[in-house]
Design a protein around this ligand. Sequence first.
Ligand SMILES: *Cc1c(COP(=O)(O)O)cnc(C)c1O
Length: 470
Amino acid sequence: MPHNFRSHGEERHGPVGRWDIEEFTKVAEVTTEQLAAYVDDSQRGLVPVLRRRPPKELEVRMDLRRYIREGGMTADSYRDFLRTYLAEGTRLHHPAYLAHQDASPDFPAALADFIHGATNNPTAIYEMGAAGTTVEFAVLEWMLERVGFGADGGGVLTHGGSLANLTALLAARAAVAPDAWADGNPADLALFAPPSAHYSLTRATGILGLGTNCVVPLAVDDLGRIDVARLPESLEHDRRPIALVANACATGTGLYDDLRGVGEFCRDHGIWFHVDGAHGASALLSDEHRRLLDGIELADSVIWDAHKMLRTSSLAAAVLTRRHADLDAAFQQEGSYLFYGDQRFDLIGRTVEGTKAEQGLKLFLNLAWRGERGLGDYVARQYATAHRFWELARKRPGFECPYEPESNIVCFRYGTADQAVIRERMMDEGSFHLSSTDLGGNRYLRITVIAPATDERTLTALLDHIAEIG
Ligand SMILES: *Cc1c(COP(=O)(O)O)cnc(C)c1O
C-alpha cells in the first residue's frame, strides 16, 4: 500500500499551488469548446486563414502586460483571452493554409499534448515515465520496421528535424572519427550533400565545429536532384566523407532523390548514407507512393518528422540508424547521477536534450485512432490533391510549373511580376497562405497541401485569385 498522504489533514484545496480540480475541469471544458469552434470554423474556411495585426496592437488586445504583472485570470476571462488568441493565429486546419510543412494536427495527437502538459513525464529516462518511454520505444520499433531496418536498428525521438539531422551527423562522425568527441575534428572531413539539402545540415556542420566549408555540393540535375552517374566525380576530393546526404524529399521542390542509386554507391564505397526523410518518409505508409523511397533500407541513418505528414503538433522527429550501436556512440558523456548501471531503457544517451517531451504518445495516439492505413491514406490523398493542382495550373495561361510534383509540395509562377508581391497581398487579405522558394535563381510560389480540408475547389479558387491579382 502506498503511504496515505491524506493523513496530514489538509483540506481539499490545500496549500498554494495545488490544482483546484473543479476549476481545472471547468477550464478544460472551456478549452474544448473554444478549440472545437476554432477547428470547425477553420476547416470550413469561414474565417481568414491568418491575421497579421502588428504585435503592439495584439499585445493590447490580449491584455498581456496586465496579466503578466497582475495575474488574476479566471475561467471567464480565460475564455475571452483564448478566443482572441485563436482568432489572431494561423489556421493550419483551413483549406487555404498551403504554406509550410507543419502538420495540420489530428485530434488524437492533440490529446497527447494535453496529457503531457498535465503529467510532464519526460521520456529521456525510464524512471521519469515508464509508460511514456515504453510508448516511444514501441513507436520507434514500428518506424524502424517501416524503413526496413532489421532488429538491430536503433532510434530516438527528438525535438525536430534539425536536431535529428544534427544527431544523425554526430553518429556518422563517431563512426568515421571516433576520437573527434574528445580530441576535436580531424581537418580532412567533408559532408557531401546536394545544394537542395535542408539548411539544418549545413548548420549542423557549423555546430559540430566541422565548419560549414566542409560541405561539398554533389552534382545535381536542373531540378536539384542528385545526379547518380556523376557521384564519382563529386567525390573526387581529398577529404574523407562523414556522410553523403540524399533528400526524401527536398524541402523546396518536394522531389525525391534516387535512394537506391545513391545508396548502392555509398555501400560500394563504404560511405555513411544519410537519408533526410523529414517530410517525405511518411510516403512509406502508402502502397501507391512507397516506391519513391525504394532503397531507403540501404541508409545508415534516416530522419523522419511526425510533425509534418504524420499529423502531430511540433515537435516529434525520429532519428533512426540501421545499427543501434551507431546511435549509442553519437554521444559520450559523464553525469554520474544519470549515467550508471544498465541503461537499456533510457533514451538520454541518444539525445542532445537532457529532458524531452512525451513525443511518442502523440504519434501513438494518431496510429491507434487512424491505423497506419489511415495515415497512409492521408499521405496519398495530399499527394494526389497536389498533383491535381499541377494538372490544373499547367493548363492555365500565365502559369508556369517547372516540374511534375512527386509529393504534396508544388512550385509555380504566374506572369512575370514579383511573385513575392502576390504572396504578400494574399496574406494581407487573409485569403490564402502560400510560401515561396528559389529555384535556379528564380523566385517561385510554393504550396504544401497539408490540411485535409484543401480540395480541388480550393485550388481552383486559388488559381482564379492569383490570375485576378496578377
Ligand atoms: C522540415 C525539414 C527539416 C527540418 O525539420 P524541423 O522539424 O523543421 O527542424 C529537415 N529536412 C527536411 C528535408 C525538411 O523538410
